[in-house]
Design a protein around this ligand. Structure first.
Ligand SMILES: Cc1cc2nc3c(=O)[nH]c(=O)nc-3n(C[C@H](O)[C@H](O)[C@H](O)COP(=O)(O)OP(=O)(O)OC[C@H]3O[C@@H](n4cnc5c(N)ncnc54)[C@H](O)[C@@H]3O)c2cc1C
Length: 378
């Protein structure tokens, strides 16, 4: 219903790439917890690193439904690879593309879109997670520079990124005091902190970033001082839609592997697919996946139309798809029995990766708080 011919073509292209290049190393990326930088950079020539960005700056201008499909196809093979792709393409590239000045776009987008530079976004702080607006990182104007001081944590691509969209406080006003900056890794006073060891999404580097009298040229302020909150909220809305694509990918993989295994595994002289309780798990998985897919594509289509406020749909599809993905992956483990609990099969990786979907881009609890708020607005 939402997918057009160009989306089908895009899906085929990314699926072929992911099957050929990503699938053979997906387990190793997880095992070694190593970011496959060379492979990531190949997404540049594939034409998807600026999937929502304007063609004027080498983007594909294909929209958020296309981006969601891209996340789904990469996430079906390696959710951690898809997460790094999301941080680069949506949080950094799309952020600059939507809010940056012509000269900022000219300077940063072509390099990020070709793959020569890797991007990320830094909002979360050790004491400001769900309450991101309570961030403490400060930016003080001094001559023709802003001086940033503070710490960010949980930053996807932190260890490998060249360019970050960084949110910092330019005044004490809680909501009107946030501003966004483009920060390059070689700026004086910028450093990478600890790399976090995670249960899942291994291979997508999550890192602390430290700003100690970090010098950011004034021309790297995005839009105006105090304009950060709106940019942050708009970015989170499209992040929540597109990250749902990763949930869809994990659930699709769980379903495919469960179907395959249930037809091979025999107990009581029958394949386990003949047992109705196994059939139920697979039937529920397929039904809930399809519902999440329709909802996420609908939200993405609204974002592409740009005519209506889509915050409710973005938030609701995110929590629905995230919880669906965790259930699908856990049921896949159940269908695989003891083998599902081992590293012989990928379903345990799917479950570890899926859990992040309920935390990143806003926890499921925060999503429900926001859904209620959006309902009251309407
Ligand atoms: C792998 C990974 C990648 C990430 N990538 C990025 C990134 O690239 N950039 C970035 O800026 N951030 C990133 N994050 C941070 C992520 O967005 C936060 O972890 C998330 O918003 C939750 O914040 P927190 O971890 O501080 O949890 P907390 O806010 O401390 O929440 C702890 C618990 O309290 C609950 N809670 C908090 N407030 C409420 C409330 N009002 N009502 C009900 N329950 C509540 C939460 O739901 C949760 O269950 C990433 C995180 C992870 C794990």
């Amino acid at each position: 219903m939402f997918e057009k011919e160009e989306h089908k073509l895009l899906r085929q292209t990314i699926r072929a790439f992911a099957e050929k290049e990503l699938a053979p190393i997906a387990a190793e990326i997880d095992e070694k917890d190593e970011f496959p930088e060379k492979l990531f950079k190949k997404l540049g020539p594939l034409g998807i690193l600026g999937i929502t960005a304007s063609e004027k700056y080498s983007g594909a201008e294909a929209g958020f439904l296309a981006a969601t499909i891209a996340m789904e196809e990469l996430g079906r093979i390696s959710a951690s690879f898809a997460l790094s792709y999301l941080a680069h393409t949506i949080l950094c590239v799309n952020g600059i593309s939507e809010n940056g000045s012509a000269s900022q776009k000219q300077k940063y987008l072509p390099k990020l879109i070709s793959g020569s530079h890797i991007g990320g976004m830094a909002m979360t702080e050790p004491q400001a997670g769900s309450d991101a607006v309570g961030m403490k990182c400060k930016a003080v104007k001094k001559g023709d520079k802003y001086i940033l001081n503070g710490e960010k944590t949980f930053i996807t691509n932190g260890a490998v990124g060249d360019v970050f969209v960084v949110y910092a406080r330019t005044s004490e006003d809680r909501t009107r005091g946030l501003s966004a900056f483009i920060v390059e890794k070689q700026f004086k006073g910028f450093s990478i902190g600890k790399k976090l060891k995670k249960m899942g999404m291994r291979g997508s580097p999550t890192t602390e970033l430290i700003f100690k009298d970090c010098e950011v040229p004034e021309e790297n302020l995005i839009k105006e001082e105090g304009g950060g909150l709106k940019q942050m909220m708009d970015t989170l809305d499209v992040e929540r839609i597109t990250i749902s694509g990763i949930s869809l990918g994990i659930a699709e993989a769980s379903l495919e592997k469960s179907l395959e295994y249930s037809k091979e595994r025999k107990q009581f002289d029958k394949t386990i697919s003949e047992f109705q309780m196994v059939q139920k798990m697979i039937a529920d998985m397929a039904t809930q996946l399809e519902a999440a897919r329709c909802f996420s594509y609908y939200a993405a289509s609204l974002a592409d139309e740009k005519e209506k406020d889509f915050s409710f749909e973005a938030t609701a599809c995110k929590v629905f798809a995230a919880e669906m993905a965790t259930r699908a992956a856990m049921d896949a483990i159940q269908i695989f029995g003891g083998y599902g609990y081992t590293k012989e099969y990928p379903v345990e990786r799917y479950a570890r990766d899926a859990k992040l979907m309920e935390i990143g881009a806003g926890t499921s609890q925060i999503m429900r708080v926001k859904i209620f708020r959006e309902l009251q607005k309407r």
